[in-house]
Design a protein around this ligand. Structure first.
Ligand SMILES: Nc1ncnc2c1ncn2[C@@H]1O[C@H](COP(=O)(O)OP(=O)(O)OP(=O)(O)O)[C@@H](O)[C@H]1O
Ligand SMILES: [Mg+2]
Length: 243
């Protein structure tokens, strides 16, 4: 099977070398667990280490704050955007109905999933993108009432993206202490994989962990692995026996 290396140190070893190509996986976690850094690293390393152009659709954070935040890891998004290796699509302003100052953005009115997908497909074709991130799914503000409709919407998204040839990461939130894996409690069933990021406190110490909860077509690690966010390498995942 053709696999896409994530660019996250220590992660590919846990999933037989990477994410199955053209699949859509979810990265879920509560606030501050590293979802945005994780997905930025996937796009950045994809462009620099694997020569794969990538698209980052941001619905939560403004493109400028992402560029600024990622610079602290030495990841110069601007430079790669100029080379056509990375494209950030601004979906933040369309959610509140004001025009974007960004080169690539979603229409400022009538924001919905179909318009988002049209915009994404256009960009994939223009730049030959191989990787895609949507950060975050709940920010799409689904106005669907039933579980069935939410499932349908996410299935549509994964189907369209897969046909366009990209391997995608979609982030979702876990409500704190909810005992669920995702915002709607259904998206993990539709996605091809689920990686859960956690931030916990243990005896006065805080620990970050990563758990590959599901990865279709993959014999993946079933352990909960320690994770670190570092200036030098971004997110780093450790084998279980190094705890
Ligand atoms: N240089 C750094 N070194 C260590 N930790 C860092 C560094 N920069 C950021 N962090 C950690 O990463 C967190 C932010 O990560 P990120 O924005 O990816 O989280 P998130 O899951 O996307 O959160 P949100 O729910 O707000 O979108 C910060 O709260 C901080 O704990
Ligand atoms: Mg985030």
């Amino acid at each position: 099977m053709d696999r896409v290396p994530t660019g996250i140190d220590g992660l590919d070893e846990l999933i037989e070398g990477g994410i199955p190509r053209r699949r859509m996986i979810l990265v879920s976690g509560s606030t501050g667990t590293g979802k945005t850094i994780f997905s930025s690293q996937f796009i950045y390393r994809g462009a620099t280490d694997y020569n794969e152009p990538g698209i980052f659709v941001t619905l939560d954070e403004r493109p400028d704050t992402i560029r600024e935040d990622m610079l602290q890891f030495g990841w110069d998004f601007r430079k790669l955007e100029e080379k056509g290796m990375i494209r950030i699509i601004d979906g933040t302003v369309s959610r509140v109905g004001i025009p974007s100052e960004e080169e690539y953005s979603l229409p400022e009115t009538g924001f919905n999933l179909d318009k988002l997908l049209v915009e994404i497909i256009k960009s994939i074709k223009e730049m030959g993108a191989k990787r895609l991130v949507v950060d975050s799914l709940p920010a799409l503000g689904f106005k669907y009432d039933t579980e069935v409709e939410i499932r349908k919407a996410i299935l549509k998204m994964s189907y369209v993206l897969s046909r366009s040839g990209v391997t995608s990461i979609v982030t979702t939130e876990i409500p704190e202490n909810s005992g669920t894996y995702s915002k709607y409690g259904v998206e993990e069933y539709v996605a091809d994989g689920l990686i859960v990021l956690r931030y916990g406190a243990l005896g006065g110490q805080t620990t970050r962990t990563l758990h590959v909860r599901k990865m279709r077509a993959t014999k993946h690690s079933e352990h909960i692995h320690p994770l670190e966010i570092t200036r030098e390498r971004g997110i780093v995942v450790y084998p279980i026996d190094e705890v």
